[in-house]
Design a protein around this ligand. Structure first.
Ligand SMILES: *Cc1c(COP(=O)(O)O)cnc(C)c1O
Length: 359
């Protein structure tokens, strides 16, 4: 049978009933791409897989949570949803609200939204309000508004978002036939690390042989409240999707880290950009900068010989690491263009072209 979206696919693990109107764009079911060249290049002693969440309908993993949040909002009779967003939540909320035929209001931090994401919220006809404050200020405002007015909050504080997003863990286990040994991922508002850990725990209680991964979360160095143990007033990073100073799911991110025996650590913007360019040039996989924090983290831990002497839990003992590539590179074309060399201008003349490419 053809794929019908993650709610239908994982229905028995999700809080839906026959009465839930399923609002779906056939999200989920994203590829788990082997990255052998990357493993070799960085000296990782095992197999690396890239969970390419940029191939969701609106180009990020947020669609997994949004299909649930919007379906449940419609089930509850809501006519409008609201969110604060660094970009991808608004793109996803706007698309699913359009599909459901309800209103969508989004608050974004002024000037810090990647162009692709902003264009999505606008084309799906959301009411987009750009505030003169950062994401954390926007989130406080929408929380207050959702309490006082008939607006359903669809940030990851909405528990249905976490339910939808946990299916990423199910998919990885279904493909590998086990959980990975390590999962590397970016951490922003920390909903996704919370969701993955919930998914792995639930699957492991149903299929004990799958086990659970060690959770390795990465914040950008200029925006690392969990690592430093206090909120960051003015978070800064080129990875705008994780430019968050006071994560809503702080406690549950720490629980995921501690229960799995993992870490939440930093990667610098330079490390993020190196990973971003390496993935694109070496593996043909284009993700947005925030997503590359996962691979930057894996590179950092490989470099520091963290994996020396460690063995995988599969019968082959091969170490398996999954990196979650949370969003598509086309979300932020400006960053791509500013990170690499520009097109070379040549005359429309065969000789000039051959000379330019060194032939
Ligand atoms: C939202 C987002 C993140 C951060 O996820 P959290 O659940 O907020 O930790 C990372 N990368 C991308 C591309 C995102 O859109």
């Amino acid at each position: 049978m053809s794929y019908r979206g993650l709610i239908e696919h994982y229905r028995k693990y999700l809080p839906v009933t026959d009465k839930t109107p399923v609002i779906s764009l056939l999200e989920g079911n994203t590829p788990l791409i082997p990255a052998e060249k990357l493993a070799k290049a960085i000296g990782f002693p095992g197999k690396i897989f890239l969970k390419y969440e940029g191939l969701n309908p609106t180009g990020s993993f947020k669609d997994r949570g949004m299909t649930m949040a919007i379906s449940k909002a419609v089930e509850d009779g809501s006519r409008a949803v609201i969110c604060a967003s660094t970009g991808n939540t608004s793109a996803s909320a706007a698309a699913y609200a359009a599909r459901a035929g309800i209103k969508c209001v989004v608050l974004i931090p002024e000037g810090k939204i990647a162009l692709g994401k902003l264009s999505q919220a606008l084309i799906h006809n959301a009411a987009v309000l750009s505030i003169d404050g950062n994401f954390d200020a926007a989130l406080n405002l929408v929380k207050e508004m959702s309490q006082k007015y008939p607006l359903t909050l669809v940030n990851s504080l909405n528990p249905f978002r976490i339910e939808g997003q946990k299916t990423g863990a199910f998919e990885i286990c279904d493909v590998l036939g086990q959980s990975p040994d390590y999962q590397f991922m970016p951490v922003g508002n920390a909903g996704n690390i919370t969701a993955y850990w919930k998914g792995y725990r639930e699957y492991a209680s149903e299929f004990p042989a799958y086990g659970k991964p060690v959770m390795m979360g990465f914040q950008a160095a200029g925006s690392a409240p969990i690592v430093h143990g206090h909120p960051i007033e003015k978070p800064e990073t080129i990875a705008t999707a994780i430019r968050i100073g006071n994560p809503a799911s702080w406690k549950s991110a720490e629980a995921a880290r501690d229960e799995s025996g993992g870490v939440i650590d930093t990667v610098t913007d330079d490390e993020i950009l190196d990973a971003y360019k390496l993935l694109a040039s070496l593996e043909g996989v284009f993700c947005e900068p925030a997503s590359a924090a996962s691979v930057a983290g894996l590179m950092k831990y490989s470099r520091n010989r963290f994996f020396d002497g460690k063995a995988g839990k599969s019968s082959s003992k091969t170490l398996k690491a999954v990196c979650i590539l949370t969003g598509h590179g086309l979300k932020d074309p400006d960053r791509a263009i500013s990170s690499v060399s520009k097109p070379v201008s040549v005359k429309s003349d065969l000789k000039a072209i051959l000379k330019a490419i060194g032939l």
